[in-house]
Design a protein around this ligand. Structure first.
Ligand SMILES: [Mg+2]
Length: 288
């Protein structure tokens, strides 16, 4: 993964906003700037994990001076983007953002400015905003990276899709699941995106304890139904009263998540592989 860092008030304080690394002799001789305490260890951990570290700043410091500062602490960011390079790129791509890491192929940008987070949401790039007072900043970044590697945003979206499907009426459930058994598909999806993902969803604050307690009730009910040897329940989407309990619990958790007005738009496409038809479903969540 390519991870870029802002400079001012992210890695280098304007004045004394946060603690800094001790300056060695080389830093003193080279007249290097002070860098945030924890940077040396964080850079080395990221590099050991195979990530590439870039600097992305709207400062006009020269790339040479920036390199010199980091080098004096034994750090070697792979690429420096200063305001000059940034402006050239933004202009070329007709982009009016102040920064746009995705234009450079950066996977995650670390910054102190909330405005950059807003631009990230607008232009579709991943950010993490670090407060100047945050002493646990390095761990926050490492956790965010793990979250990206675990594809958390995707997992959560799939959980929402599953819950919206579970709360829908039988006709919609059949239309969404297309070819095959709508009931089985919903159970599989719920198992994947809630039961098997529960620990990480909690760890990354995608679901609260209250939401989790409703979801676990839903999981318990579904498990109970799956163990039922008669199993007629599953094939009576329209008529079985237990389906109303399931739809009710799914609605309740979506309400708690403030997602009660969201719906799933989907497109099915069919592919033939060795005479076997495979159906793929593309989904999008939209607010109604
Ligand atoms: Mg800054």
């Amino acid at each position: 993964m390519i991870i870029s860092f802002d400079i001012d008030n992210t890695l280098i304080p304007y004045s004394n906003e946060f603690e800094v690394e001790n300056k060695g002799l080389l830093s003193k001789i080279l007249g290097a700037e002070s860098i945030r305490k924890g940077s040396i260890q964080l850079f080395s951990e990221l590099e050991n994990k195979g990530h590439s570290i870039w600097i992305y700043t709207t400062s006009y410091r020269s790339a040479f001076n920036i390199k010199k500062t980091f080098k004096s602490y034994g750090l070697n960011p792979s690429r420096i983007i200063n305001e000059e390079t940034n402006q050239q790129f933004l202009k070329k791509h007709n982009c009016s953002a102040s920064k746009n890491p995705s234009l450079f192929g950066i996977d995650l940008h670390v910054d102190d400015a909330r405005g950059v987070e807003i631009e990230g949401a607008k232009y579709g790039f991943e950010t993490i905003i670090i407060d100047i007072n945050d002493e646990d900043w390095a761990n926050k970044i490492l956790k965010k990276i793990r979250g990206i590697e675990l594809n958390m945003a995707w997992r959560f979206k799939e959980l929402l899709v599953t819950l919206i499907t579970l709360k829908s009426n039988a006709k919609k459930q059949r239309a969404f699941n297309g070819v095959g058994q709508a009931e089985d598909d919903m159970v599989d999806d719920f198992d994947n995106f809630y039961s098997r993902s529960r620990d990480v969803l909690m760890e990354y604050d995608y679901i609260t304890a209250t939401e989790d307690s409703i979801l676990s009730k839903l999981a318990k009910l579904i498990r109970l139904k799956c163990e039922d040897p008669e199993n007629a329940f599953w094939y009576q989407l329209e008529s079985h009263q237990d389906w109303e309990i399931i739809r009710g619990l799914a609605s309740k958790v979506l309400l708690k998540m403030k997602k009660e007005n969201f719906e799933v738009e989907f497109v099915h496409t069919n592919e033939f592989d060795d005479g076997i038809m495979l159906q793929r479903t593309k989904t999008k969540i939209v607010e109604k």
